[in-house]
Design a protein around this ligand. Sequence first.
Ligand SMILES: Cc1cc2nc3c(=O)[nH]c(=O)nc-3n(C[C@H](O)[C@H](O)[C@H](O)COP(=O)(O)O)c2cc1C
Length: 502
Amino acid sequence: MCRVSVHGNNATAASPAIAPGADEINVAAFAKELGQELRARGLDPRVTRHIPAMDAPYFQAGLAGYSDAAMRIIARRHGCPLAVTEALLDRMLLGGGRGFDKADLQLLAEAIPSSSEDQPLLGQIIGSDPDEMAAAALKMIEQAARGDKVYRAMAYPEGQGPTSTDPRWKGHATDSAGSSGAADIADAADACEDDCTPAALLALANQQPPEQYDPRAVTLPARPSARSGAPRGTHSANAISSAGATVNALQTASASPATATNNGPGLTYASIDVNLACPVKKIDRKSRGGHWLREPQGALEILKAVRQAVPAHVPCTVKLRRAYDDTPEMARNFEVIFVGAYELGYAFATVHARTVEQKYIGPSRWTFLKDLCERHGDKPVFGSGDVWNVHDIFRMIAYTGVSAVSVARGCIGNPWIFHQARQMLAGDAPTLPTIAQQRAVLHEHFALSVALNGEQNAGRMMRKFGIKFAQHHPQREQVQHAFIAVSALDSWKHVLDEWYAG
Ligand SMILES: Cc1cc2nc3c(=O)[nH]c(=O)nc-3n(C[C@H](O)[C@H](O)[C@H](O)COP(=O)(O)O)c2cc1C
């Protein structure tokens, strides 16, 4: 569903991060040296201990409304070593059926047979209740061990879907009377969707054009052709089976790494990533996402419940904001949650260096990340905020000392950023995509999106990607307007034929 302004402020103009002196960094030299170091010693072992396949210090962020499997696979094909799902609401996951689609690796494998490319993958969850978060996290992991799709329905007693009468949802002190669980869930389904009016899409697209590099052609790695038109997986309706959200029962089935599975070889989540960062307004006045930064004990309860529920061999990670707001109390809260997460056994935290109150407005504070890394040298930290182009990736590492960089708005419609990062690690200048390369990727992304979302939804999804992809086109404005009119495959092809034929 396309709703106005839930993320709200993702369409504000980009600004450079707060990072005095960062401009003086020789980014190319730093990246080259880092590349040599990576080839000699590999990535930070504190990270690869948990995510062995991660071979470069950046990744595609969770981006609700964007980072579906289609976007992730396109990123992988351009050298992205790790990706995060969109934030998936615990109740939607537990409710099963359609609510589980975005998390369902088997469904994904049916829709996109080459989906084994989409690994390693962090499965991100968000929610309000420690028990629900724990059960949802376990269900994400548990699915890898069950080829029979029974996991889609696991969570509630026979015949009961998620309802507001579930006592587990009523315990929170700030619950408002008379709210309906169904409304919560409908609201939550859109909770992380962004503003997709044409004006907002254009504003988002035009935040900051990618830097211009030597326009010599990029030689991209060969890409297997995308298979389009694969049937979508069938949904077991909201038939709810017997597991009754018992974490124990689920744990039994997932006590060891998955072996027998129809998900394809090794298709699973590399980590469960707990979202304590999303600034979307609280649902029904319950804390969720970044709002937990005001309630550190509640945040720690969630982190603890999830860590205890998920089998020990599966890492847990956490996404945080640097604080709820700029008061000293909130700074202390951050510290309690940050330190507590590592004490609970979390592998690493990704810290978005804006406050929750800031949403996406104004600069992120890289000075905060630098200080955090200096003060907690024993803890691997991933950094997020104001990474708009490939240079920012290396600038952030050099300036702050983070172990890896989250690429978020900077990679929407710009999968080349990952290839450019590999070029810079190899000591080469990053290059821009040619029109032919852009056309190929636009085709490929649409085909993957059709396979995953069906043609109608793909048309809607791809319109907003097209507007972002248009940044690379010499006639950016005209192409953006052409993409705004896209509704389905025909109109998409028409834009490609008109603007990308050469
Ligand atoms: C449209 C949109 C959706 C987002 N969805 C998620 C999400 O689902 N999970 C998450 O951890 N972060 C999410 N984020 C936050 C980004 O991952 C990232 O932390 C943030 O955009 C700051 O990075 P940037 O300034 O480089 O874009 C979202 C951001 C945007 C703009």
